[in-house]
Design a protein around this ligand. Structure first.
Ligand SMILES: [Zn+2]
Length: 278
C-alpha cells in the first residue's frame, strides 16, 4: 500500500513535502494551489517549467515521489479541464507536455483527472450529460500517454451541500465505460468521500473492471464533500473501501484538508486502514 497525501491546503510545496515526509509518507499528489503559490499551468497556457524543476529537486532531497492531479485549471478565464471545442487542443497539449515532463523528471507516472462538469453556475456551465460524455471522449481519445490516467468518481448531483451548484460526470459507472471505452492505460481513481454522496455503491465502480490506479481517502458526514479524516464514522462503506484499496495499483491519497489535526491522529488513521487492508 502506497500512502500519499496532497500539497493543497498544506502550505507551500516545500512545507507540505517536509510535513508529510516527517510522517513517513513518501508520496505526494500535486494539485494546483494558488494559495500555496504552486501552479501546474500558467494563465496563458504555458507550463511553468521552473515549478516542475523544483519538484524534481525536492523528490531527490526527500526521497519521495510526486504525481499530478490537474483539475479546474484556468487559462484565459476558462476551465481548460472542462474542454469545450475551444479549450480541447489546449488541454490535450497540456496533458502531452505534462506526460513528457513526468518521464523526463522521473515523476510517478499517473495523472488523475475529473470528467467534465454538467453544471457549474459560477463558471456559466450547463450542458447535458450526453454533451459531457462526448467531451470526455474527445478529451481522452488516442492520447497515447506513457503515464496512466485515473478518472475520479463523483457525487450524485444534488448530494453535495458543499457545492450545491456543481455537478460533474463520474457518479455512475456507465460514464466511465462511455468515456474510456477500450483506451489502454486509462482507469479509475476511487474517491471514497464522493462514494459517501453517491447513489451507486463502490462495488459497481470496481465491477467496471477498469484498473484502479489511485484512491482518494477521506470522509464526511454524508451531507457534503468536506474532506474529513477517514474513519468508521466518516466513511459509509468500509468494506467497499477495503476492496477498493486492495484493488488499487497506485497511491492511496489521504485527501484531507484540516491543518489542526495532530500528527498522532493522522498516523493512527493510517494504521487503522493499513490493518484493515492487510
Ligand atoms: Zn478526490
Amino acid at each position: 500500500m502506497i500512502w500519499a497525501a496532497q500539497n493543497k491546503y498544506w502550505g507551500r510545496i516545500e512545507e507540505s513535502t517536509e510535513y508529510w515526509s516527517s510522517l513517513g509518507i513518501k508520496h505526494i499528489m500535486v494539485k494546483n494551489d494558488p494559495n500555496g503559490n504552486f501552479k501546474l499551468i500558467n494563465s496563458d497556457a504555458c507550463i511553468p517549467l521552473k515549478n516542475y524543476k523544483l519538484l524534481s529537486k525536492l523528490q531527490e532531497q526527500h526521497n519521495i515521489k510526486y504525481h499530478f492531479h490537474p483539475y479546474n485549471l484556468i487559462v484565459d478565464n476558462k476551465i481548460i479541464t472542462h474542454p469545450d471545442e475551444e479549450n480541447l487542443p489546449k488541454f490535450r497539449a497540456f496533458l502531452k507536455e505534462l506526460d513528457k515532463i513526468i518521464s523526463d523528471y522521473n515523476f510517478y507516472p499517473l495523472i488523475t483527472l475529473h470528467l467534465p462538469f454538467t453544471q457549474n453556475s459560477k463558471r456559466n456551465i450547463l450542458i447535458s450529460e450526453q454533451e459531457a460524455i462526448k467531451m470526455s471522449e474527445a478529451m481522452l481519445n488516442g492520447l497515447g500517454l506513457k503515464a496512466s490516467i485515473a478518472l475520479e468518481n463523483m457525487y450524485t448531483p444534488g448530494h453535495n451541500s458543499r457545492d450545491p451548484d456543481i455537478s460533474l460526470l463520474g457518479y455512475d459507472p456507465s460514464h466511465f465505460k462511455k468515456a474510456i471505452g477500450n483506451e489502454k492505460n486509462i482507469g479509475l481513481c476511487i474517491d471514497i468521500g464522493h462514494t459517501n454522496l453517491c447513489n451507486r455503491p463502490i462495488k459497481d465502480f470496481l465491477n467496471t473492471d477498469y484498473p484502479v490506479y489511485s484512491i482518494h481517502l477521506h470522509g464526511n458526514d454524508l451531507s457534503g464533500d468536506w474532506h474529513l479524516k477517514p474513519d468508521d464514522k466518516s466513511v459509509k462503506d468500509v468494506a467497499g473501501t477495503i476492496s477498493a484499496i486492495r484493488k488499487c495499483q497506485g497511491p492511496v491519497v489521504l485527501e484531507i484538508v484540516d491543518k489542526t489535526l495532530s500528527k498522532k491522529s493522522i498516523i493512527e488513521c493510517m494504521q487503522y486502514w493499513t490493518q484493515l487492508v492487510e
